[in-house]
Design a protein around this ligand. Structure first.
Ligand code: ZN
Length: 638
């Protein structure tokens, strides 16, 4: 269903194209795109485009493979009300029978400008068709949702003059450069002409409650944090958090030494009506988090690495990109085999920079890494599916449901690669007698061509050659072994090399505790072997996943059942923890009553190991981890 059109339909489309667009060799005039966001609160975006055309057949396409999403978007299901017009008259279109993202039409002889209009209906909830991008008080506009472009064209070669209208009183931010400081008389704000690549790379954030923070005061290259939230209170950061964000900008400068943007805007939408997410761009990032991210420390704990992660992508992912992910148009399929570099290295540095910028104390970083290591260490899915296959299967796994994820696996290359890149970092430090680190690799690999906003594709061989240039080692063997490993257990060598080992105790992991508070999912995966939605919230009492081979799985419990009672009493997180503690000194099983569809069943769980939560304990060696997580740039001014 998600496979792409055949080569035949691609060739046919190219023939159409040469008949309908301005002749080859001529400078192509820019198309126009006007997007009206004034109905964002009603979850509708209106789009109007004008293409210069010549008579003949023409095919326009809707972007399918969006950089950074690593899977084809299904948003086209919500592209509605499509009309093609020339000289005020309707021009009939026909969707391609094979490539459902392509629309064919015949441009009449007298028509030189094709008007295309359609609406994009925003989903209210995340699902197979896309994700919500607006609430009653804010909106994010990824331009790929509202644009068509001539089939067969490279996104670099298609030029647009973009303009938008936003609701009265709403402010906006984007990496696009406005043509003038003021709005047009019709209320639209017009931007400088850009390629389709830059347009899709430059989303707009707009909202009623809006605040912009200067993250690099007095510096030549501007960095801003633009927040649109569902309340004015949610736009407020503490002075310490602002300092941490400024430190993050300084740390990234110290790490790479070169930047690939004119200015950088962190676009941050804070709403409980959007799905938490981050999407990287060259000169900005589209970040979405809960409304109370800056107000609630437990929520912030879960999002500390979001902004560092997306910022790091400006270098690793946007400037340097695996060749398989650097397609010339949005219709060509992507290959995810190097996502363990693209996302894995970014995940590793997102967490280290969360600590270097001051958001995480070393102990908080350790708790996060312990939770990651334990999660992977107890995933039976690793026995059949290696890291490489999770990356190749990215386009399937991003949409996979949480139920069954311990056996199916998910986009685990974020987490597993964090441990692998930590190990690589410790090996470089050891091999170079402390003279070099993975930071040197980043500077050499990503920190070139200062000021260039471009894509420099790479292959695995390029990565290995640069690693060898920093510290000679059998890196090919190192990475091949790890991306093809089936365990048992997670790759914990990096933790060991950095002075730490994975241990368990009855004390709740701090990162897990904060996660439970904000996600309302209780996790007893390391003792009984399952996680469950807490009472009262979304999907209340529903069991998220059960780890195959765990005590809960052996008792017969399965994802999707609803937990009703523990030892005969209506279940609660505190009651379940109490039951685990009691069973430690008893030979009686823990009795779990659960509802499976319309039937109730009692499950006797034979587990007497007590509460069990992951932590890192000193292995006796030097604490290299704290050295890696230490601030590198000068401390920013208070
Ligand atoms: Zn990422």
């Amino acid at each position: 269903m998600r496979t792409l059109r055949s080569k035949l339909s691609c060739a046919v489309a190219l023939l159409f194209l040469f008949g309908g667009i301005v002749a080859r060799g001529q400078e192509k005039p820019a198309a126009k795109i006007e997007v009206d966001l004034r109905d964002a609160g009603r979850r509708v975006y209106h789009s109007k485009m004008e293409f210069p055309v010549t008579a003949g057949p023409l095919t326009l396409v809707y972007p399918k493979w969006i950089p950074g999403e690593h899977s084809p978007t299904a948003a086209i299901v919500d592209a509605t009300g499509l009309h093609f017009r020339g000289n005020g008259k309707e021009i009939a279109w026909r969707r391609d029978d094979v490539d459902l993202y392509a629309f064919h039409c015949q441009i009449p002889p007298t028509v030189t400008s094709l008007e295309v209009t359609f609406d994009y209906l925003l989903p209210l909830e995340s699902g197979t068709a896309g994700v919500p991008s607006a609430s009653a008080k804010l909106a994010v506009l990824p331009w790929n949702l509202v644009v068509l472009y001539p089939d067969g064209e490279k996104s670099d070669d298609v030029k647009f003059v973009p303009s938008i209208r936003v609701p009265d009183g709403w402010k906006l931010a984007t990496a696009l450069q406005p043509l003038t400081d003021s709005h047009r008389t019709d209320g639209a704000l017009e931007f400088e002409p850009v390629s389709l690549t830059t347009l899709v790379d430059s989303p707009v954030l707009t909202g009623s409650f809006f605040k912009t923070y200067d993250l690099a005061p007095g510096q030549k290259v501007e960095h801003r944090l633009d927040i649109a939230a569902d309340s004015v209170e949610a736009t407020a950061m503490s002075p310490q958090e602002l300092r941490n964000m400024r430190q993050l900008v300084a740390e990234m400068g110290a790490l790479f030494g070169a930047r690939h943007y004119r200015h950088y805007d962190f676009l941050l939408a804070l709403s409980d009506h959007l799905q938490p997410n981050g999407l990287e761009h060259h000169e900005s990032s589209d970040n979405r988090a809960p409304e109370r991210m800056w107000l609630d420390p437990d929520t912030l704990e879960g999002f500390v690495d979001l902004l560092p992660h997306e910022f790091f992508h400006s270098w690793n992912g946007k400037y340097r990109r695996p060749a398989g992910l650097a397609a010339p148009s949005y219709q060509e399929p992507m290959k995810g085999d190097l996502l363990w570099v693209y996302e894995g290295l970014t995940q590793y540095y997102g967490e280290m920079l969360g600590a270097r910028s001051g958001f995480w104390a070393p102990s908080q970083l350790r708790e996060t890494l312990a939770a990651t290591a334990a999660y992977l260490n107890e995933r039976p899915g690793r026995t059949w599916r290696d890291l490489q296959d999770t990356a190749i299967s990215a386009q399937l796994l991003y949409g996979a449901r949480p139920a069954g994820s311990s056996w199916r696996r998910s986009a685990d290359y974020y987490d597993e690669s964090t441990l692998i890149w930590l190990e690589a970092d410790t090996i470089i430090r050891k091999e170079s007698n402390g003279q070099k680190s993975l930071d040197d690799f980043c500077k050499a690999f990503h920190g070139t061509e200062d000021g260039a906003i471009k894509v420099a594709p790479y292959t695995l061989d390029d990565v290995l050659a640069m690693m060898n240039g920093i510290a000679p080692y059998d890196w090919r063997k190192f990475f091949e072994e790890r991306i093809h490993s089936h365990g048992p257990g997670a790759p914990l060598g990096g933790l060991e090399n950095s002075g730490w080992k994975l241990t368990y105790s009855e004390v709740l992991n701090e990162h897990q505790r904060a996660d439970e508070e904000s996600s309302h999912i209780m996790d007893v995966e390391f003792s009984l072997g399952f996680s469950v939605h807490a009472p009262g919230g979304d999907d209340a009492n529903s069991i998220v996943d059960v780890i195959p081979g765990s005590p809960a799985a052996k008792a017969g419990l399965a994802p999707g059942m609803h937990l009703v009672a523990v030892n005969g009493r209506r279940w609660s997180p505190d009651g379940l923890r109490e039951a685990i503690r009691t069973a430690k000194n008893s030979s009686n099983p823990i009795e779990l009553l659960a509802e499976n569809d319309d039937y109730y069943h009692n499950f006797s769980v034979h587990y007497h190991g007590g509460e069990r939560y992951p932590h890192l304990s000193s292995s006796g060696g030097a604490d290299l981890l704290s050295a890696i997580a230490k601030r590198r740039a000068a401390e920013v001014a208070k």
